[in-house]
Structures are given as C-alpha cells and as structure tokens.
Design a protein around this ligand. Structure first.
Ligand code: MV4
Length: 511
C-alpha cells in the first residue's frame, strides 16, 4: 500500500479563505466533528467566518497579497493551531501549485489536488495535449505554442478564420484575442503575447477556432486516490457578464440524455488523464448543434457547487475531506441521479445601473429568504461593513424545484423576499433575468446579458408595483364616487381634499 493509500484522519481544518465559502466549509466540518480554524486579515476582524470558527488567527493587513495569499503565514498558522489539513476554498490559493506542494512538504493535508495536477491543468497547452491523448474533444487548433508570425498565419489559414489567440497560462477569459481578418494576425499575436507576459510571466500562446455564440456547460467530477472517478452531471453557466457568472442552473436546458452521458464520460476521462484527486470541474463550450469541446479544468471547489449538491444530493465539501483522508468514494457512477432542478443567483454588492461598479458599504437592513426549497449561503449581517479589499459577493441564493418552471417561480419568490439596504445589489437585476423570455424558454447562450440588456436594465414595473398601482386606482375610483355622491349642493372642501391625499399617501407609503 503506497503513501497515498494511507488513511489519515482529519481532526482539525484551517480554512484559508473568507466570506460565504469559509462558512460553507466550516458548516460541513462541524457536521463531521472536525474542529475549524479561521484566518483573518485586518479588514476582517468583524467578519462572520471569524465568529463561526472554533478558533481564529490574525494573519496580516487587509491586502490579500499580505494575508490570504501569504503562504508562509498560512502554513505557520496551521502549525501553531495544530490543524492537520487546509481547505483553500475558491480563489486565493486554491489553484496555487506551490501552495499544494508546500502543504505536502510540511506534512499538512491539502484538501485539493496534487501540485502536479494543478500544474498540468494550469498550463492550457499541456492540458490540451493531455485531452487529445485521452480522446476528449478540444476546439480545433494548435497543439504547440505559436511564436512566429509566419507560422501563425499558416496555422490560421488551416484552421480557418475567425480564431482566438489564447495565453497558455491564462484562463477565465484573461489574455485572449479574437481574430477576424488575416491583416490583424501579426498585431494581435504580438499584443496577446505581451499581455500574457505581463499578466502571467509567460508569453506562450496557442490558437483555437472561434466558436460563435457558445454555451458554457461544465461538469462536476470527484476523483479519489484509488483511481475512481465519477461525474456529478453538468451546470449551465452561460448567464455571465465579462467572464463573471451571474446565474447558474442544472440540468442544462440544452442537453439531452445522450449528449449528457457522452460529456460525463469525457469529463471523467479528463480527470483521469491528469491523475486527479478531489473535486474538480471540466469546462466545455458547446455550439447550438451540441458539439462540445474541452476548454479548461478548474482544480478547485467552485462558487456554483451548491446547485450540483442540491440536484445530486451530495455534500461536495464532505467528499473533498474524505478524499483528502484517503477514503474511497462511497458511490459509483450508476448510484448518481439528477433529481429535479436547481438555480443559483449571485447576490453581489454592485450597481447594475452604473456598469456593475462594486458598491461595498454598510448593510443597514437585511432580510434573507427562507422556506421550502431555498438555500442562502451568506456571510453578512445587519450593521456589517463589506470591505473594499475583496470581491463583492454578498451571498448565493440557491433554489430547488421539481421542474425548471417551479425552480424559476421559487427563485422569483425568494428574490422578492430578499431585502438589503445600505448597499446596492444585483437582486432587482436577477429578478429581471427570471422574468425574461429568453431565460424562461431556456434558449440562451453566453450573449444572453448583452442581448437582453435593454430589458434587464429597464426600470420595469414589477408585479408588486402593479398590485400597488391597482390598489391606488381602486382607492381613487372609490373616493371619486364617494365625493361625487356627496356633490349635491356643495363642492368638496379644501380640508377633504387634503385628507384624500393623506390617505392615498398612507396607503402607498410602502412603495
Ligand atoms: C472561446 C470562445 C470561443 N471560441 N474559445 C472565455 C473564458 C475562457 N474560459 C474561454 N472563453 C471563451 N473561449 C473559442 N475557441 C468563447 C469564450 C467565451 C466564453 C466562454 C465561456 C463562457 C463565457 C464566455 C464569454 C465570452 C467568450
């Protein structure tokens, strides 16, 4: 039995993160009887994750480069607190191969994949090569880096315009160039390479055929350290803006059972091709004809993981911990089924009417939605000030329904209950998405927000306002008749007129 096969129980976990995901992870730890250690920056002294944890340690000033990204500080705190494992959450150090390696060297269990897997998938050119070898479809394009301009032109002529030039060290939309015309190739190749060099310290780029109006469909996978991999089906993530997802749902309205099972097999093959262990996500792009291509792998737990948890009925953090302990997966592929439909909305502190500018500040009032089929993964409280130093995600609202229609109606109900004052949020914008014809029909792709921008931003009248207006109209009608019935030999007095207006105001004070 090799070292990886050893069973190493986890008794205490340091969560190297903040916000809703830190609390999400701690909740599962508490259910499993595992003690939790929070770390916090200067800006997070009053943060909820600090209150929730069994113990908490200050790790540095507000900037994440000096706190949540400080590997030495976090390893040192793990040792000081006696934590035997670290969960990195998403963002920060979650896809940092150096950090995963440091944990291994220090004898701390990293709840995530090996540094080798992270490196393999972090380099998009090497990932593409592995996927081709594993029989996973990739977008037609180059298999090696492209440096020479003449070579680029020759390759692009073979692939056919339009194409995308992408940074090998990139991902998530950074360092990409769309090329429409042959005359643009030289300058776009140059600018892509110099941007990649600046952003990632690596100017390697590759070229792919451009897939027009694609869907973003990703598959959740779990791999244990005994060579078992399962997929937990897909998430449709095409409702996004500037590579930031806004709404996610599962099942995808676009898939059918045949394509779903082929994609799931490819996702599992992709994970096995890099000797993966832990929870991971295989990102595909898909055209309207349901041709799908591997794009990249995210070697971490993702923001939108709860919709998979809800429909498949698996606690992904619990499985991550069991895998890290060396336990075999407790289920086989055929044990996993999709049950009903789940949607997640990201509640973000930003001004949707002002180019989605972050809008941190103090929450003066908050009422969160509850009820059947509603989950709200949050970390804020009344009086809490959202710091300016980190991303502005307030919470994730996740609903379940037996059908997609029921899930949409439940999401509308939950959003209507959600009240936040003090900071501007995406709640109203999300309500508009739930009301839009393109979303409701399930016929949308990555251009959805752009295409429906006018509708989503229109200060449209919502149902609640219609109710109120109907009430005012009825009231006015009643009063008119009431007054008319009295106009026999006298005109209404000024006093009565004032009273009428006051009553209307009282009636309508809530809008
Ligand atoms: C593409 C593409 C079209 N063709 N690659 C954007 C994020 C990064 N993961 C890859 N991205 C894309 N790659 C080819 N060959 C279109 C996108 C893309 C996109 C992909 C998924 C979700 C949203 C997107 C929005 C714009 C562009």
């Amino acid at each position: 039995m090799g070292k990886a096969m050893e069973h190493k129980p986890i008794r205490k976990v340091l969560i190297a993160n903040r916000g809703e995901i830190a609390i999400r992870i701690m909740r599962t730890c508490r259910e499993m009887g595992i003690r939790t250690v929070a770390v916090f920056s200067e800006a997070d002294r009053t943060a909820m994750h600090v209150r929730y944890a069994d113990e908490a340690y200050h790790i540095g000033p507000a900037p994440s480069s000096e706190s949540y990204l400080n590997i030495d500080k976090i390893i040192g705190t793990a040792k000081k607190s006696g934590a035997d494992a670290i969960h990195p959450g998403y963002g920060f150090l979650s896809e940092n191969a150096t950090f995963s390696r440091r944990c291994r060297e220090e004898g701390i269990t990293f709840i995530g994949p090996s540094p080798e897997s992270i490196e393999m998938m972090g380099d998009k050119i090497s990932a593409r090569k592995r996927m081709i070898a594993a029989g996973v479809p990739v977008v037609p394009g180059t298999t090696d880096r492209v440096t020479d301009e003449a070579e680029a032109i020759r390759q692009i002529k073979e692939i056919g315009l339009p194409v995308m030039i992408k940074a090998s060290a990139g991902g998530g939309g950074r360092g990409m160039r769309l090329v429409h015309k042959e005359s643009e190739i030289a300058s776009l190749l140059r600018s892509a390479r110099s941007e990649a060099k600046t952003a990632f310290g690596d100017d390697a780029v590759y070229i792919e055929k451009y897939v027009d109006s694609p869907h973003h469909v990703e598959f959740q996978i779990l791999s244990d350290k005994h060579g078992n991999t399962v997929h937990l089906f897909e998430r449709e993530c095409s409702v996004q803006r500037r590579h930031q997802k806004v709404v996610e749902e599962t099942p995808s309205p676009l898939l059918n059972p045949e394509v779903r099972s082929r994609m799931g097999e490819c996702a599992a093959a992709a994970a096995n091709a890099c000797n993966y262990s832990g929870a991971g996500t295989i990102e595909f792009i898909m055209d309207d004809q349901r041709n799908f291509y591997f794009l990249e792998m995210n070697t971490r737990l993702q923001v939108e993981h709860p919709i998979t948890e809800r429909v498949v009925g698996v606690d992904l953090v619990k499985e991550q911990i069991h895998i890290a302990e060396g336990k075999p997966l407790p289920f086989k592929q055929e044990d996993l089924k999709q049950n009903g439909h789940s949607i997640e909305c990201r509640i973000i502190a930003e001004d949707t009417d002002n180019n989605f500018m972050p809008n941190p500040g103090t929450i003066t009032h908050i009422t969160e939605p509850f009820g059947f089929g509603v989950r709200c993964d949050s970390y804020v409280y009344e009086g809490y000030t959202i710091p300016i130093h980190y991303d502005s995600l307030i919470s994730k609202l996740i609903v379940w329904g037996r059908t997609r229609e029921e899930a949409i109606e439940r999401m509308r109900r939950a959003l209507s209950e959600y009240k936040i004052t003090g900071v501007k949020t995406t709640i109203r914008f999300l309500e508009r998405i739930m009301e839009s014809e393109d979303f409701r029909s399930g016929k949308y792709n990555t251009h959805f927000i752009e295409k429906n921008s006018a509708f989503l931003h229109a200060d449209g009248i919502c149902e609640k306002q219609i109710e109120d207006i109907a009430m005012i109209a009825t009231f006015a009608e009643y009063y008119t008749r009431f007054e008319e019935s009295k106009i026999t030999n006298s005109t209404p007095s000024v006093k009565k007129e004032t009273n009428w207006k006051r009553q209307i105001r009282k009636f309508t004070s809530r809008i």
